[in-house]
Write a protein that binds this ligand. Sequence first.
Ligand code: GRF
Length: 196
Amino acid sequence: MANPLKSSTRPNVAVFASGNGSNFEAIARANLPINLALVVSDKPQAKVIERAHHHQIKTFVLELKNCLDKTDYETQILNQLKQHNIDFILLAGYMKIIHPTLLEAYPQKIINIHPAYLPHFPGKDGIGDAFKAGVSETGVTIHYVDEGVDTGQIIAQQKVPRYQTDQLEDLANRIHKVEHQLYPETIRNLIEKGEL
Ligand code: GRF
């Protein structure tokens, strides 16, 4: 049976991920009007690779340690994106800063999901930092990527409560549940509005 995600009239999308890939999975299952053409990862052992294979989506894995420098790393990725005619990029747990090579090639076409209500708790551990700070509310943010760390223009946000009885894992699970709904929904909205 034809894969409904693979239609030539849909924008070609690459997902960048370094880890588990539950957000990739949510996007892959959401029946979005996109062609999920490529998964890019910097971690050969990442579970997202296995998930991509399961969905019969091509993968490109490149480790920075095997490149001359960050520019070489991103140039090799860019070549792959060009080969697959990628129109936009979704970061989903991609643990690297995006540098000018990719930013300039994809202006306002790279989107990230962050597990906190930005501008609060940017950085690598948005969930842990909010938990440690003892806030009663945190959230999820979808934003365009710029040269900073979680500083780009915000597209969508949703608040998530943190209860006094929460362990870190309870809060993390509640946040991930919101992410898995908010990311696909936001992409759908952007495409429907012609903004992607
Ligand atoms: C998510 O919490 C996302 O917001 C953050 O990294 C995590 C990735 O989780 N940027 P997964 O790999 O999609 O399961």
